[in-house]
Design a binder for this molecule. Structure first.
Ligand code: AMP
Ligand code: MG
Length: 334
């Protein structure tokens, strides 16, 4: 590699290092996923996992064929939003590496990174992003030099909702992939949604998922099979996301939909996105699964664009910001 940006992701469950060439070539991330033995993700335990994995991940990175510390032109890290203790580990490692290598430090907005990796990999130019991950669910579009949040969840993230439902049914974190497998056993043509009714939480352009979670748990206790409830849960929650995304396309006049975040690994949400876009003459895109879930490469990719625009972060301005909003970040690049 001949000049690279190193990116460090640590907002929640994943600690990850990834690289992007200065020309925009993407290199796969080296990651470690924190999986709680029981219960949800405790921020302190996830942060301990990140600290404990640092030397193993850095040593793997050092030994990977394409990587050379001398080629690192800048170190980018997730400055927010995310879990404070987790963000702090990534930021500390980034500051240390930037100082040791004597290269610029770049604090990046994790949500914006999901957009930029998708734009890089799929070639879409000016999309509406449906960002569906564990902690976040937002519909985002660029206007007036920022990525604006047009709609978002008013309570929990869609991935969080899937993970909690899974946990209630003995499925370990992350629950989304297993829910997808169980749901795929149901024939959507033979089944009708009324047989496994669930609430559909939309208010204007905003979404809500805690009600559907409670109802889905209730349906199981009423004796409806896990496969049926998983299927209905996907159908309802993904359709709600599509409704907001479609309205965002209509309002903005854009004709590209980009899916991002871990839930965008799901084949059914991709299919729904494709169908919705086809019906209105738009096109649906998504990056490879490895770049949908949280990864260091996407942090590097946003760092590259920021560095290109002359942006870097002084140590005195490198504090983490757990509540950082998507539209806090000024977008100076194309
Ligand atoms: P992220 O926070 O972006 O890394 O995404 C993690 C979330 O994505 C977790 O809530 C997972 O359950 C969810 N997820 C991963 N794969 C799938 C899938 N195939 N279907 C639905 N959700 C998924
Ligand atoms: Mg994410």
């Amino acid at each position: 590699m001949d000049g690279i940006i190193l990116g460090i992701e640590s907002t929640a469950h994943t600690f990850s290092f990834g690289c992007v060439g200065l020309d925009g070539a993407l290199f796969p991330s080296i990651s470690s996923l924190f999986k709680p033995e029981e219960g949800g993700i405790h921020p302190r335990e996830a942060a301990d996992h990140h600290s404990d994995s640092t030397s193993k991940l850095l040593s793997k990175l050092s030994h990977s064929n394409e990587f050379d510390w001398k080629s690192v032109a800048a170190v980018a890290f997730s400055q927010g939003p995310g879990l404070g203790p987790c963000l702090r580990v990534g930021a500390s490692v980034a500051r240390t590496l930037s100082a040791t290598l004597n290269v610029p430090l770049i604090g990046v907005n994790h949500c914006v990174a999901h957009i930029e990796i998708g734009r890089n990999q799929t070639g879409c130019v000016d999309p509406v992003l449906l960002y569906v991950s564990g902690g976040n669910t937002q519909v985002i579009a660029r206007a007036d030099g920022r990525y604006r949040v047009l709609g978002e969840t008013l309570d929990i993230g869609i991935g969080n909702m899937l993970d909690k439902f899974a946990r209630h049914n003995g499925i370990p974190f992350p629950g989304g992939p297993e829910i997808e497998k169980l749901a795929s056993k149901i024939d959507g043509i033979k089944h009708n949604l009324d047989s496994v009714a669930l609430p559909y939480g939309i208010q204007g352009m905003d979404l809500a998922f805690s009600g559907i979670l409670t109802s889905a748990i209730q349906r199981i206790s009423e004796g409806i099979t896990l496969e049926e409830v998983c299927w209905s849960l996907q159908e309802h929650s993904f359709a709600a996301c599509m409704e907001v995304a479609e309205r965002a396309l209509a309002h903005t006049g854009k004709d590209e939909l980009l899916l991002g975040g871990g839930v965008a690994c799901n084949e059914r949400i991709r299919e729904m996105g494709t169908l919705m876009c086809e019906e209105r003459g738009a096109k649906c895109h998504w990056p490879d699964k490895a770049y949908c879930i949280d990864n260091g490469t996407m942090i590097a990719e946003l760092g590259r664009r920021m560095l290109d625009s002359g942006i870097s972060t002084k140590i005195s301005e490198s504090a983490i910001n757990p509540m950082l909003r998507t539209d806090n970040t000024v977008v100076l690049w194309d």
